[in-house]
Write a protein that binds this ligand. Structure first.
Ligand code: NIG
Ligand code: FE
Length: 424
């Protein structure tokens, strides 16, 4: 994209995207998340056109004679047009950064060792507690701008760097305010059980009860749609995770879980048992866990940026998961340990490190990602009636997206029918 400006001004109400070399509609029966061969069906229309009217998609197809009706025509010759990326797992709101940990990792220290030495999540918690809402908003807005420029139009964002009622609630309020200020739609998740803060050392049960104690307010004030928990040695046990998720369910929140990231404690099978909407990470997930998840339709949200930034040898076994019928989505996991806003990079990693086919990685970053945050009725595909969240990429075909990596291939971003980035 040459002009990296983000404009929030209104554009024409009637836009025609014309003559895309490949229009990836992702249209099909999208009632349920895609599995198996459904994950390879991009619904491609060659020389495709999309009509946008009043923020929504009003027609999809090939060239027709109504061209003169458009107020704005964008020529997409030689380009790919597809739904905006959906990023269903981010820790968008945080203060500070942790680049100092890279040298520690290079010296062989593990993620949990760094955390035990006061770094990792806990160092971000200290900085986040100290930061004002204004600072948190300002920092997060920069990340949202970068996401939008890289083609992401809907995201999920978690709390979890407060680990005390006041800062957890503040984080969720910041997420709500960000959604009002920025074109990207943000789906909020409460993740009070992200780590045990030092002041609760030896008082695990008390901490868990304090987080459960604010769930009622969170749900009443609609500050979150989902609850997530970090089920891991050094974070929360399987039994604790179940307690937290049961309380979340009782408060009407949807369920998510960080499972099998470093060790397998049984988190993904718990997700299947509790009918969670998704389980995330899944690097150490066993074949039996995959079977349980496939049977209950839990979406595996895979985050290849995390093993990459943790310098792990292993990545989630996406190939096996897809072949065994599990619906798979992709996300950045954007956080101070794994800092990328780019779903394009994640798609590339998914192909090169997790053996996903390019088409599967695109389904996982659009319609399946939308399912993972309960937004599949409104975004994730280019179908009549859906929000006009559409991106135009400077590539001749979709296979170019993972293949040509490390640069921004997005030329134009349209959110809710408005031209919000590029396209000049
Ligand atoms: O999903 N694993 C737990 N939480 C985040 C990392 C948070 C952090 O390191 O700040 C994750 O990878
Ligand atoms: Fe995460």
């Amino acid at each position: 994209m040459k002009d990296r400006t983000i404009s929030r001004c209104m554009t024409s109400r009637h836009i025609l995207l014309r003559n895309a070399s490949q229009l990836l509609t992702l249209s099909a029966d999208n009632t349920n998340p895609r599995t198996k061969e459904g994950m390879r069906d991009l619904g491609i229309i060659e020389r495709g056109n999309v009509w946008i009217k009043d923020g929504h998609i009003s027609a999809v197809g090939v060239e027709d004679e109504r061209v003169h009706e458009a107020e704005t025509i964008i020529d997409c010759t030689g380009k790919v047009v597809m739904p905006g990326f959906v990023d269903p797992h981010t820790h968008l709101v945080f203060a500070g950064s942790r680049e100092n940990e890279l040298a520690m990792k290079l010296k062989g220290h593990s993620y949990m060792e760094i955390q035990q030495a006061g770094g990792g999540i806990l160092s971000t918690v200290r900085k986040t507690r100290e930061a004002t809402n204004e600072v948190l908003v300002e920092e997060a807005l920069k990340r949202l701008d970068t996401m939008l420029l890289h083609g992401t139009t809907t995201i999920e964002a978690k709390s979890g760097y407060g680990l005390e009622p006041i800062t957890e609630l503040r984080m969720l309020e910041v997420i709500r305010d960000l959604g009002k200020q920025h074109p990207i739609e943000i789906v909020p998740t409460f993740m009070g059980a992200h780590a045990l803060p030092p002041e609760f050392h030896g008082k695990r049960e008390e901490f868990i009860q304090s987080m459960i104690g604010i769930m009622h307010t969170i749900s009443q004030e609609k500050l979150a749609e989902f609850c997530d928990v970090f089920c891991e040695t050094g974070a929360f046990t399987l039994a604790e995770s179940e307690t937290i998720l049961n309380a979340a369910k009782a408060n009407g929140l949807g369920l998510k879980i960080h499972a099998d990231e470093i060790e397998n404690l049984g988190g993904s099978t718990l997700a299947a048992k509790m009918m969670a909407i998704s389980a995330e990470h899944l690097v150490k997930t066993s074949e039996m866990d995959i079977r349980h998840m496939a049977e209950s339709g839990v979406i595996g949200v895979l985050l290849p940026g995390t093993p990459y930034s943790l310098m792990m040898k292993e990545y989630a076994d996406a190939r096996k998961m897809i072949d065994m019928g599990m619906p798979v989505a992709l996300a950045t996991d954007l956080n101070p340990n794994c800092w990328t806003e780019s779903m394009q990079l994640i798609i590339s990693m998914a192909c090169y490190h997790m053996k996903m086919m390019p088409a599967e990685a695109i389904v996982a970053s659009t319609i399946n990602a939308a399912h993972a945050i309960n937004r599949a009725k409104t975004v994730g595909s280019i179908e009549v009636g859906k929000k006009a969240d559409i991106i135009i990429l400077d590539v001749p075909n979709y296979e170019h997206i993972p293949y040509h990596f490390g640069v921004n291939l997005v030329n134009t971003v349209i959110k809710n029918g408005e031209l919000v980035a590029g396209g000049q």
